[in-house]
Write a protein that binds this ligand. Structure first.
Ligand code: SF4
Ligand code: SF4
Length: 480
């Protein structure tokens, strides 16, 4: 049976209709098949497996053959072919990891809109490619990058829509460039399929969602936080997602840098869940002399889609580096070869995609805790709502209420352990949200302590008096 080091190529001559078809001859990217030399008794000149050693197991031929005449089989006991001499030279050392680079902005204080600070954070993190489609209240990110990216050697492309934008940044990432897009509610919905594709193909990239008051077109220039659950459950297949929630212009800068670092570290799309308040707010923020950035790990010759560690993050090659790269959203083995009907490969892959996030919570989860020493009640807040909540907590404390606050700077993966371990210290947990209750439901899942939702969905920043009055018992209306 014709074989490469890793794959056998089997052609069933009873099924092949040869010169009436020759799809495999044209479809195989490696020229494995050629038109046969002799004619059968049925008058057919069959396809012939001529160069089986070239087979890389992409299974294009198997998928395209209309008569199911081709079977590609992986040879499990044979290890991946040693890199060619040329590639050995190239691949002698692994690269990537943490490094420190000079800041791309003048160190010191800057005064900008949150969207602009986000764009600057991207440049500071090494973003070299932005693809996007304008949408309120995220457009200022792309407008800023049209001016700034070319100055830094980067590329800006306005795409025809959000689907194409997400696809473009995935492609750029595989070309070896840190990439980003930004959008708001309706555009975010359009990006979902490709976010799932980025999860499955382990493509690092950053997506900024400047949330606005939905659903649908809603109040395009007003705020809300209705995309929190969509961030987690939008992509089908139940993947783990990393999402960060800035509450200030400073964090629009800092957390965008962090989003790039997490994307590269874990090879995932990372979402910055801003909102119209943090996006359009103008305030000063501080830029340090240097920026800590993580560059993707490269171990040339190593499988790009699997590790021996069940929670591992594989190294990531780029196109043009001499690797045989197969990138598919279908179930694939560690070499990227499609394995769409192998239950073991699928189970192992899906679990690793999840575990590479959940096993590294200590590297991802980020929060601030206020007044923990004496707090009898706890406010859990995130994003711009946390600004209102902290004002309300201070007001309540001045009136003798022992209230503390947990501010989630990362929302997904949800820090369930914190709520589970600390929850019963408190008499109640109060969750103010500019939606109908999304994180409050998650908090409730992890504690027996009563969880109260303070909800506002009018497109305005959370009214701090509303939260204060709830904490003072003046308004005990529960919103769910
Ligand atoms: S695609 Fe299938 S049927 Fe067509 S020539 Fe190739 S092996 Fe034969
Ligand atoms: S699996 Fe891919 S490389 Fe191998 S013979 Fe089929 S098309 Fe060609």
């Amino acid at each position: 049976m014709p074989t490469s080091n890793e794959f056998t190529v089997q052609l069933d001559e009873e099924l092949c209709k040869g010169s009436d078809c020759y799809i495999c001859v044209h479809a195989c990217p490696k020229g494995v098949f050629v038109p046969g030399e002799h004619v059968t008794s049925k008058g057919l000149r069959l396809s012939q497996v001529k160069n089986p050693e070239e087979c890389v197991g992409c299974r294009i031929c198997e998928s395209f053959c209309p008569d199911l005449a081709i079977t590609i089989t992986e040879v499990p006991q044979i290890k991946k072919a040693a890199p060619s001499a040329e590639r050995k030279e190239f691949t002698s050392t692994a690269s990537g990891g943490w490094t420190t680079t000079p800041s791309s902005l003048e160190p010191g204080a800057h005064y900008m809109m949150g969207d602009e600070a986000c764009a600057e954070g991207a440049i500071a993190a090494g973003c070299g490619f932005y693809a996007g489609y304008p949408i309120t209240p995220a457009s200022e990110i792309m407008v800023h990058l049209t001016k700034r990216l070319p100055d830094t050697g980067g590329v800006f492309v306005q795409m025809e829509d959000e689907i194409a934008s997400m696809a473009a940044i995935i492609g750029a990432s595989w070309a070896g460039i840190k990439s980003m897009t930004a959008t708001a509610g309706p555009g975010y919905s359009l990006m979902m399929e490709n976010i799932g594709y980025a999860c499955m193909t382990e493509t690092p990239c950053v997506l900024v969602d400047i949330q606005r008051a939905g659903p649908s077109t809603g109040q395009a220039s007003r705020t809300g936080s209705g995309d929190v659950m969509q961030a987690k459950w939008g992509p089908h297949g139940g993947v783990e997602i990393i999402a960060l929630a800035p509450w200030s212009v400073q964090e629009m800068y800092d957390l965008t840098i962090r989003a790039f670092n997490l994307a590269e570290r874990f090879r995932v799309p990372v979402i910055v869940l801003g909102d119209a308040v943090t996006g359009h707010l103008r305030e000063s923020f501080q830029v340090e002399d240097t920026v800590r950035v993580f560059n993707r790990i490269k171990v040339p010759g190593a499988p790009p889609f699997g590790t021996d560690d069940e929670a591992g993050v594989p190294p990531m090659p780029s196109f043009g580096e001499g690797e045989d790269l197969l990138i598919t959203g279908s179930t694939h083995n560690r070499h990227g070869v499609r394995k769409t009907s192998d239950p073991d490969v699928h189970e192992r892959l899906v679990r690793r995609l999840s575990k590479k996030i959940t096993a590294h919570m200590d590297e991802i989860v980020d929060y601030d805790l206020y007044f923990e020493d004496d707090a009898e009640r706890l406010v859990v807040a995130y994003g711009s709502t946390a600004r209102s909540a902290l004002w309300a907590v201070n007001e309540a404390r001045e009136r003798g209420e022992r209230v503390g606050m947990l501010r989630l700077k990362s929302i997904w993966p949800f820090p369930a352990d914190i709520i589970r371990d600390w929850g019963d210290r408190y008499q109640e947990i109060i969750v103010p949200e500019t939606n109908l209750g999304q994180i409050s439901r998650v908090v409730r899942q992890h504690t027996a302590t009563p969880v109260r939702l303070v909800s506002q969905t009018n497109g305005e920043i959370m009214d701090p008096r509303h939260v204060r009055d709830f904490l003072l018992g003046k308004s005990r209306r529960e919103d769910n």
